[in-house]
Design a protein around this ligand. Structure first.
Ligand SMILES: Nc1ncnc2c1ncn2[C@@H]1O[C@H](COP(=O)(O)OP(=O)(O)OP(=O)(O)O)[C@@H](O)[C@H]1O
Ligand SMILES: [Mg+2]
Length: 537
């Protein structure tokens, strides 16, 4: 890995990077920053949590002159929360350079955005719907834009933003640099790339598995009606620092977060039907730790970076392997460890294996946590809290009473009673959730080995289309075959580039591949469109 000083960046940008605490570049930064600095178009793919934001943010910021007072850079994201977060990171990176950046997203009062736009930001980070709104009102002009970034490009397509993106990019001069970034690059991205990118360089840092290696992945087979009990035992057993629980629908998220609150967990829900104020509040509480469980639809699956998320739980399995990859990628970020659990109903086992095959990562099968394990987990947390106080806090005002009590009672008895008090009783409330239909495995099983179309890797320097691989090779090999990791084990060539054909991101095309067209989807899939979970972007 390189130090950032080796990229020849402006001192003020370097200073901001140092302040963020980044010592070395991550593999995707290593590969894409030099390419992006030349002004070339770029398609960047790397696992979740490996610093793609800075990979496009740093070169973008580096090239904007401080004297600039027009909008010269545009970053698009699929969700509002992600726009806010990316704007925040860009803000930190421009701190010493003194550029102005502004998030523009649906749900926020437009007048407020118009006032902020009068301060002449050079960088806009927005969701497509609201951006178009401003373009139509002529409160945003894109005729001077020189750099466009589509973060989570595949998700924007999946959400039906293709037309919006087309309309937006028509307003941007053709002489520009365009970059696409995501951890997953399904085949439909080619259409977007062909239309909007010029001879892009493919920068891919993906080892055999597209999921981040630092995430331990397990599943529990449960019946639909056992799920809530399983969840509460799992939370007790594991005692996450922060956890994100994904549910399939908004109703599910509402019911689940309410149920968790009733049982005494500090939880709240996030989905697209909440007002933006509510959404902001929930995210703020989760980021500052005033709640420790975030229950969410896939609106939270992409890009969100909250430090301290130790656990991701798929209360309901996601429909798409991509979604699985992104959901679990909310943990195990920036080289940290993470744990992902998925609940699978007996009828969904095939679907789980399908996800395993596509992601080339086997999940460990685990039994339903027992009541004893749940209790043990809670006791462990109590003991930790107690020791924390013993070691780090002042409690001398309690000593007199402690001595008095010890004269009358046995110390083990006393301590056990105190622990019982701290742990608290589990609130015994009956919980009933509306059952969700099981997901069904695809009718036509895609065989990822027979449809190999390797990406051109970084350095080969050409676009999609050429370089088609044959079939065979590169099949699923199980979890012991991990190669290459974020924390830098193994060289990037050996680790990331020598996959056989048939890799995850190259499905699609004709025959047998994992398709994203509607015919390929199970009919239980809920439509995902801007009007659904991501309303009013
Ligand atoms: N060079 C670096 N050194 C240390 N930490 C870094 C570095 N670059 C980025 N990070 C941190 O890593 C975390 C993940 O970065 P980021 O959100 O950009 O990941 P990502 O690749 O975009 O993930 P996703 O696919 O989930 O969107 C952030 O907290 C970021 O500040
Ligand atoms: Mg990201």
């Amino acid at each position: 890995m390189k130090t950032f000083a080796e990229f020849g960046l402006e001192p003020k940008v370097l200073q901001a990077i140092t302040e963020l605490g980044f010592e070395e570049s991550t593999p995707i930064q290593d590969k894409s920053i030099p390419v992006a600095l030349t002004g070339r178009d770029l398609i960047g793919q790397a696992q979740t949590g490996t610093g793609k934001t800075a990979a496009f943010g740093i070169p973008l910021i580096n090239k904007i002159p401080t004297s600039e007072d027009r909008i010269v850079a545009l970053i698009m994201t699929p969700t509002r929360e992600l726009a806010i977060q990316v704007a925040d990171e860009i803000g930190k990176l421009t701190r010493y350079k003194g550029l102005r950046s502004l998030p523009i997203y649906g749900g926020q009062e437009i007048g407020r955005q118009i006032r902020a736009l009068k301060k002449k930001p050079q960088i806009i980070i927005g969701t497509p719907g609201r951006l178009l709104d401003h373009i139509n009102r002529k409160t945003i002009r894109l005729e001077d834009v020189q750099t466009v970034v589509l973060d989570e490009a595949d998700e924007m397509l999946d959400m039906g933003f293709m037309e919006d993106i087309q309309s937006i990019l028509k307003m941007v001069p053709e002489e520009r640099q365009t970059m696409l970034f995501s951890a997953t690059m399904p085949a439909n991205i080619q259409k977007l790339a062909q239309q909007f990118l010029k001879d892009p360089e493919h920068v891919s840092v993906i080892p055999k598995q597209v999921t981040a290696p630092s995430i331990e992945q397990s599943y529990i087979e449960v019946h639909e009606r056992q799920k809530f009990e399983a969840l509460s035992r799992l939370l007790d057993m594991e005692s996450p620092e922060l956890a994100i629980i994904f549910g399939r629908t908004k109703r599910r998220v509402d019911e689940l977060s309410e149920a968790l609150q009733k049982r005494g967990y500090s939880a709240d829900g996030l989905h697209g039907d909440l007002s933006q104020n509510q959404r902001d509040n929930v995210m703020r509480k989760f980021r500052d730790g005033s709640i420790d469980v975030l229950v969410a639809t896939d609106v939270a699956a992409r890009g969100l970076d909250v430090s301290g998320v130790t656990h991701v739980i798929n209360f309901d399995l996601p429909q798409d392997p991509e979604s699985y990859v992104h959901r679990i990628g909310r943990t195990g970020r920036a080289g940290k460890e993470g744990t992902a659990w998925s609940f699978v109903t007996p009828r969904e086992i095939d679907h789980l294996h399908f996800i395993e095959r596509i992601t080339r990562q086997r999940m460990n099968r685990k039994p339903l946590p027992s009541i004893a394990e749940a209790i043990e987990g809670k006791q462990r947390v109590t003991a930790e809290r107690l020791l924390e106080i013993v070691q780090n806090e002042e409690f001398s005002e309690f000593k007199a009473i402690a001595i008095q009590l010890l004269e009358q009672y046995d110390s083990v008895h006393l301590l056990a009673a105190a622990m019982k008090l701290i742990t608290g009783e589990k609130k015994n409330v009956d919980i009933e959730l509306t059952p969700e239909e099981p997901l069904r495995a695809k009718k036509r099983r895609p065989d990822i080995r027979s449809n190999g179309r390797p990406f051109n890797r970084s350095g080969s320097g050409s676009s999609y289309g050429g370089n088609r691989g044959g079939s065979g090779g590169g099949g699923y090999r199980g979890r012991d075959d991990r190669r290459g990791s974020y924390s830098g084990g193994g060289s990037s060539r050996g680790g990331y580039e020598n996959r056989g054909s048939g890799s995850y991101e190259n499905r699609g095309g004709s025959g047998g591949g994992y398709k994203r067209s509607s015919e390929g989807r199970s009919d239980t899939r809920r439509p995902k469109s801007p009007s659904e979970d991501f309303a009013n972007n």
